[in-house]
Design a binder for this molecule. Structure first.
Ligand code: PMP
Length: 437
């Protein structure tokens, strides 16, 4: 170890110690020994000791066009130098331009946006809007879903570990997730009649007043472990929900901006048009943004007064406009499909080789591996995931995890990923799974 490395190791240890001392323990970093990141460029990040890693999680599917992407850096610095804050009490060009762009990109007649700072706020705003518009209060969410950390968003979340006692909000019921690998009806996806979707009708009839405000769902359940619903799922559910007075809030926080391949919005694969959509994460390549987009007739029902100091901030909106421009100009949704299909094929090969891999699923550059102790019983194996984490880190690759049982490896590299990056990821995973034995 060089003298310089020894010095930076001790400052790294000091930083980790201070993190424990000064931050709440719920701010819990990955890895036995947390990783201190200092710099990023494209597909890579560097730690405080100068080690380079291939980033295959992008800060939870957020670094969409690569670290320190020059066009985004440039847009941020130019806007920060010109005007970095106005509040929504004044008109600012970046906010208007971004809202116009979103109206052009989103499907159907979605056309008016409200900006905030996070996915949580975007979902919270959407649920309040649905209640105002419909006059109904009950909301259907999905088991295994994640919608954020405010009280209403936690209430809509379908994961005990992410919910805390005060989130027991009345009026939110959870439907079965379209989790084919662990089908709640014990059926097979190729021969079922979408019982999970059809059950939403009985859920409304038995567990609500019979009138609902909204169905909120992610096209692919992200934190839930990239649970990917069958093709007809959303058509069946939205049909039912609309018959009972509700609208569809599509949470595109993870699936938006080309992540799932070919389309800008994940829900386009299911061919339904939501009344409201929410965005965050990959929309501004890491600048904090939240957006709730609605069809005008619904958006117009949100009464004054409401306000978000930082919502629509000119710097974040400029970052978002630059990010979207890079996505469009480089056709990154197409890249996500091509490179994502390649990633999927490499993961299927690993599944053939390692019995601990029970399922591989996802779309585009949003692919997951579910680990089990036994393929027959499907008993979750979170320990193997933790070990694969440490092993891939040793091999210079960063990955993510999720799933209710913590047994799902989540892969969400920046949308600029190339086949060579996927080869490096697959080799690291291969080595890591081999090391488990
Ligand atoms: N919705 C989904 C689908 C998410 O994955 C997340 C964050 N993981 C959120 C909402 C909340 O976003 P934020 O952390 O920006 O509040």
């Amino acid at each position: 170890m060089t003298a310089q490395n020894a010095m930076s190791n001790s400052s790294t240890d000091d930083l980790i110690k201070k993190q424990k001392q000064y931050l709440w323990p719920c701010v819990a970093p990955y890895y036995g020994k947390p990783l201190v990141l200092e710099r990023g460029e494209g597909m890579h990040v560097w730690d405080a000791d100068g080690n380079r890693y291939l980033d295959c999680f992008g800060g939870v599917l957020t670094v969409s066009v690569g670290h320190a992407r020059p066009e985004v850096v440039d847009a941020i610095s130019r806007q920060a130098a010109a005007l970095s804050h106005t509040s929504t009490l004044y008109v600012s060009r970046p906010q208007v331009d971004l809202a116009e762009k979103i109206a052009q990109i989103t499907p159907g007649s979605l056309g008016k946006s409200f900006f905030t700072n996070s996915g949580t706020e975007a979902d919270e705003t959407a649920m309040v809007l649905a209640r105002i518009y419909t006059g109904n209060s009950e909301i259907i969410a999905l088991r295994h879903a994640y919608h954020g950390r405010s009280i209403l968003a936690m209430a809509a979340t379908g994961h005990a570990p992410w919910k805390h006692a005060p989130s027991a909000v009345p009026g939110i019921v959870h439907a079965h997730a379209p989790y084919c690998y662990r089908c709640p009806f014990n059926l097979k996806p190729d021969s079922c009649a979408l019982e999970c979707a059809r059950d939403v009708e009985e859920l409304i009839q038995t567990s609500t007043s019979g009138k609902v405000a909204a169905f909120i769902a992610e096209p692919i359940l992200g934190v839930g472990g990239f649970i990917t619903p069958p093709k007809e799922y959303f058509k069946v559910v939205t049909d039912i929900v609309r018959r009972y007075g509700g609208i569809f809030i599509c949470d595109e926080v993870q699936t938006g901006w080309g992540r799932t391949g070919d389309h800008m919005c994940g829900i386009e694969h299911w061919e339904v048009e939501p009344e409201v959509m929410t965005f965050a994460k990959g929309m501004a390549n890491g600048a904090p943004v939240g957006c709730t987009t609605a069809i005008p007739e619904i958006a117009d029902k949100f009464p004054s007064l409401t306000f978000s100091t930082f919502g629509g901030n000119p710097v974040t909106c400029a970052a978002s406009l630059a990010t979207i421009r890079v996505i469009e100009e480089n056709d990154l949704p197409a890249n996500a499909r091509v490179v994502g299909d390649y990633l999927r094929a490499r993961l299927e090969e690993l599944k053939e080789k390692y019995p601990v891999i029970g399922d591989v699923r996802g779309m585009g550059l949003m692919q997951a591996i579910e680990c089990v102790k036994d393929r027959e019983t499907k008993e979750p194996d979170p320990q193997s995931v933790l070990r694969v984490f440490e092993e891939t880190r040793k091999r210079g690759v960063l990955i993510g995890k999720g799933g209710l049982y913590g047994n799902v490896i989540r892969l969400g590299p920046p949308l600029v990923a190339a086949r060579s990056d996927i080869d490096e990821l697959a080799t690291a995973l291969d080595g890591a799974f081999a090391a488990l034995a």
